[in-house]
Design a protein around this ligand. Structure first.
Ligand code: NAG
Ligand code: NAG
Ligand code: NAG
Ligand code: NAG
Ligand code: NAG
Length: 384
C-alpha cells in the first residue's frame, strides 16, 4: 500500500553495541519480535531488511508474513536458525523476492524448507557449512532465477536440483567438489545461462558434465586444477569461458576460430612450446576484445626455447611442487635467476676492477714524488 514511498529502511546491526549487555553476556537469546521492538521499526513500510549477528529464540516462521512490503531479507550470522522447526517451512512470505542467509552455520536444506516464499527470485546461502540439499529443495520457488551456494562444503549436488526451474544464474564457487561426477551431467537445466564453479578443485570436464545445459553461455572455472579441456565437451551456445589460474598445459586451439566467442581467459596456463601454441597465443593476446575482461592473469606462460635444460627443468619442478593448482610464475623465476646471475657478475667485475685500481694507485704513489716534479719548489708541494 505504501509501495510508492521511496523509503527504504535498512536495519543493520553491526555489533552488539545496540543490544543491551544482558542479552549476550548472560547468553540470553531474543525472539524476533523482541528484537524488532528493540530496534523500534515500522513493519508496515519495511522493504529491505538486514539482520545480523544475533541469536534468535523461538523462531516463528510466520513472523515475516506480517511485513507486507518486505522484498529483500538478508540474514547474516544468525546463530541457531531453526532449520529444524516442527513445521518444515522456515519462513512464510509472499512478498520476499530476494532472500539471503549468509554465514549462519546451515548444514542442510530440506524438501519444504523454502517453500513458504513462492515469489523468491534471488536466493543466497553463502558461507554456511552446507553439505546436502534435497533434490526438491526449490519445488516451492518456481520463479527462482539467481542462486548462490558459494563457500559451502558440498561434495556433490542432485543433478535435478534446478531441473524444473527457469534459473539463469548459479554461483557454486568455493565448494569442495574436487571433481565433476563421471559420465553423467552435473546439472540439468534448459534455462541456465551462467554457471560459476571457481576454486572447486575441478580436475576434469567430461563429455556429459555440461551436456544437459543447452542454454549455458558463460562458464567460469577459475582457480581449479584443469589441465585440458575439449572443445566438444563445451555447450554449443558457450561464448564466455574463464579458465584463469588453471594449470592448463593443452590449449583449446579450436576455440578462437569460433567467431561467437566474446570472452576467453586462459591466463596462468603453462603450455609447452609448439608452433600451434605460439600462433594461438599471439592471436589470443592480440584479441583485446576477447581477453580484456580477464583480470587476474592476462597472459599465458609458455616455454620458449629453454635457456639451458638444467635450469629450466629444475625451475619447473620447483614451481610445480609449490603451486600445484595456482599459476606457477615460471617466467618470474627465470627473470629472477637471470637478474641474480647479472648481479653476481657485476659484483665479481667490481671486485676485480676495484683491486686493479687499488694496485695501480699504490704503485703510482710509490713512484710519484710531487715535490720533485714541480717547478716551483714551495713547501706546500712537499709531501713531508
Ligand atoms: C556472530 O554473532 C555472534 C553472536 O550471535 C557474535 O558473537 C560473533 O562475533 C559474530 N561473528 C561475526 C564474524 O560477526
Ligand atoms: C527442512 O526440511 C527437512 C526435511 O524436509 C526437515 O527435516 C527440517 O525440519 C526442515 N527444517 C526446517 C527449519 O523447517
Ligand atoms: C552474502 O555473501 C555474499 C558473497 O559472499 C556477499 O556478496 C553478500 O554481501 C553477503 N550478504 C550479506 C548480507 O552480507
Ligand atoms: C520435475 O517435474 C517433473 C514433471 O512434473 C517431475 O516428474 C519431477 O519429479 C520434477 N523434478 C523435481 C526435481 O522436482
Ligand atoms: C574481436 O576483434 C577481432 C579483430 O581484432 C574481430 O575479428 C572479431 O570479430 C572481434 N570479436 C568480437 C567478439 O567482437
Amino acid at each position: 500500500m505504501k509501495k510508492g514511498v521511496n523509503f527504504i529502511l535498512v536495519l543493520y546491526i553491526l555489533n552488539f553495541d545496540l543490544i543491551p549487555a544482558e542479552h549476550h553476556v548472560t547468553g540470553k537469546k531474543m525472539t524476533l519480535s523482541q528484537y524488532i521492538e528493540l530496534i523500534n521499526i515500522n513493519t508496515e513500510i519495511e522493504v529491505n531488511m538486514e539482520i545480523a549477528n544475533i541469536a534468535v529464540k523461538d523462531w516463528d516462521p510466520h513472523y515475516f508474513a506480517n511485513f507486507k512490503e518486505l522484498e529483500t531479507l538478508s540474514l547474516e550470522n544468525i546463530s541457531e536458525l531453526p532449520f529444524d522447526n516442527t513445521d518444515n517451512v522456515v519462513l512464510y512470505s509472499n512478498s520476499i523476492n530476494k532472500f539471503r542467509c549468509n554465514a549462519s552455520k546451515i548444514v542442510r536444506i530440506g524438501k519444504k524448507n523454502l517453500s513458504g516464499m513462492p515469489n523468491l527470485k534471488d536466493l543466497t546461502f553463502n558461507e554456511n557449512n552446507m553439505v546436502t540439499i534435497a533434490m526438491e529443495a526449490f519445488e516451492g520457488n518456481p520463479r527462482l532465477k539467481t542462486l548462490s551456494l558459494a563457500k559451502n562444503n558440498f561434495k556433490e549436488l542432485p543433478e535435478k536440483l534446478v531441473e524444473n526451474l527457469t534459473l539463469t544464474s548459479f554461483d557454486f564457487d568455493n565448494n569442495r567438489l574436487y571433481k565433476f561426477p563421471e559420465a553423467k551431467p552435473f546439472l540439468i537445466s534448459k534455462s541456465l545461462q551462467q554457471f560459476s564453479c571457481s576454486a572447486c578443485g575441478i580436475t576434469h570436464i567430461y563429455a556429459e558434465t555440461f551436456s544437459e545445459l543447452p542454454d549455458l553461455h558463460t562458464l567460469i572455472l577459475k582457480e581449479n586444477s584443469i589441465q585440458e579441456i575439449h572443445e566438444n565437451h563445451l555447450p554449443s551456445k558457450l561464448h564466455s569461458l574463464n579458465l584463469e589460474s588453471n594449470p592448463m598445459n593443452v590449449l583449446p586451439l579450436k576455440i578462437l576460430i569460433n567467431p561467437k566467442f566474446h570472452m576467453l581467459c586462459l591466463g596462468g596456463s603453462r603450455v609447452p612450446w609448439s608452433e600451434n601454441n605460439e600462433q594461438f597465443i599471439a592471436r589470443y593476446q592480440n584479441m583485446k576484445n576477447i581477453s580484456s575482461t580477464c583480470q587476474d592473469h592476462p597472459h599465458i606462460d609458455y616455454k620458449t626455447q629453454p635457456i639451458t635444460t638444467t635450469v629450466s627443468t629444475s625451475t619447473t619442478e620447483k614451481t610445480t611442487v609449490e603451486h600445484a593448482t595456482v599459476n606457477p610464475a615460471l617466467l618470474d623465476a627465470l627473470i629472477a635467476s637471470y637478474l641474480l646471475v647479472c648481479l653476481l657478475t657485476e659484483v665479481v667485475l667490481i671486485l676485480v676492477f676495484g683491486s686493479y685500481v687499488a694496485k695501480l694507485l699504490r704503485s703510482k704513489s710509490k713512484e710519484f714524488d710531487y715535490a720533485a716534479s714541480v717547478i716551483n719548489p714551495s713547501d706546500i708541494y712537499k709531501i713531508n
